[in-house]
Design a protein around this ligand. Sequence first.
Ligand SMILES: Cc1cc2nc3c(=O)[nH]c(=O)nc-3n(C[C@H](O)[C@H](O)[C@H](O)COP(=O)(O)OP(=O)(O)OC[C@H]3O[C@@H](n4cnc5c(N)ncnc54)[C@H](O)[C@@H]3O)c2cc1C
Length: 477
Amino acid sequence: MKYTIEAKSYGSYDVVVCGGGTAGCFAAIAAARGGVKTLLIERSFKVGGMLTVGNAGITKFTEHCRDVDVYKSEVLDVLATEPERVQVVRGTPHEFVDRLLARGGGVGTNGVAGSYIFSEKAAAEMTLLEMLDEAGVTVLYDTRICLANSEDGILKNIVVCNKDGFAEINAKYFIDCTGDADVAAQAGVPFRVGASEYDVEKGGAKTVGELQHMGAMHRVRGVDFEKLFAYLEENPDRFFQHEFGVMSLENVKESYRNGEMCVFRVMADVPGIPGRRPVQFYNLPEKDEAIILGHYAGYHGCGIDAFTLSDAQKTLQLNTKKMKEYLRAIPGLENLEFIYIPDVGVRETRHIEGEYTITEIDVLSSKRFEDSVACGGHPIDIHPLPPEIENIDLNHWRFYIPYRVMLPKGIDNLLIAGRAISATRMASGAIRPTAQCMALGEAAGVATAILTENGGAARDIDIKLLQENLKKNGAIF
Ligand SMILES: Cc1cc2nc3c(=O)[nH]c(=O)nc-3n(C[C@H](O)[C@H](O)[C@H](O)COP(=O)(O)OP(=O)(O)OC[C@H]3O[C@@H](n4cnc5c(N)ncnc54)[C@H](O)[C@@H]3O)c2cc1C
């Protein structure tokens, strides 16, 4: 069915950032700090996306070490004194976590900002808002981008829908930070949803189109951490080391007692489910609060199917009743209460086809790129991984991300930042964590500020100038 709609005009901007989430906030701050007229459009009344309304952690700012002792002594302990040796993300994301920790809104490993951070969502949102406001970004809330009109390789305008009805917005450059590449898809950029044939061939998925499950990171209170630690000490088979946070129970206890970030898994009995199921715990600034990710907090389905998405939200909300039942049976969790049930989190939908598709080989071999604009240190978060990848030595490991993964094929004035960049499924599993999305957002924002000044297609940017400007921000690439 075809409709004709009446759309008013919201005028023209230098840069329009679509989606005010993890990548979008940093894209908008970077563009506006570059002196260009920037509009940030967000469908909800909250900025931060998964970082705030999703309760996700802010990971990972440092190199990774698989070995718990190496990680502690050669990364975490080095952070406080020589961060430049071990950090992989700095720049504006680091400034954000510095400000967040300074206001008591988060906890970091060893108490250091540039580490593995968990935050209290209202404080994270306030920090982002202050930074957007100081940079001079215009924020348009409660507005969904529903159409994107491209012609001859140029994205002419987007059409949004809100309380005003429909409105058209023009810009010199657009950055798609919707997570699902909504704008790119509307503009005709080629994409795939979930795993490709390549991914299946390489063992990164069983079937074409396979998606990582959706989920919810719940915020709870009433956790008696000391009692839980005592229980884990007496029952070591109930403790499971978190593979990315890499902390022994001793490290966990010490960090918690110092008011620093700790992460661990408890192996729980879930009625009716054979075997034990892991529940991840991340502490928060309030001593009895935690973010948890446990059984019944996952949902299989496609996050760009409207009814599926709604069912996921409803199911995950209702599931908290079942979660409470099995969690309260664990010593230390008898008084646990859910205090914030987040919006359903989507891990994977569209992957755009870009000027370069970064692969898991690039990531795991730490391949360098002439047009590198960001680094990462997060291992591939996809399960199960092929054994040859699972067993690779990842001590003192980091990877590099080229600018071209943000450039969609066929459109000159559109960049994509966040989880929808051009990547194989396994590479995306390492890049989609928040710190990398923030760093890519910053790179896209700095790029559009340069492009606004100099003109031309995003692929023809002066890459040295982009890298120089990123370096001035303190970014690592
Ligand atoms: C359950 C779960 C747990 C996770 N845990 C962690 C973790 O502990 N650590 C970690 O580092 N990473 C974690 N991740 C991954 C990480 O949070 C995300 O991959 C990352 O935040 C994605 O950033 P983004 O900017 O691409 O998308 P988002 O942060 O989701 O931002 C997208 C924004 O765009 C807006 N938007 C979407 N469509 C439109 C539209 N059409 N119009 C207007 N606005 C729109 C959304 O409202 C949102 O604000 C987790 C992910 C999930 C799902």
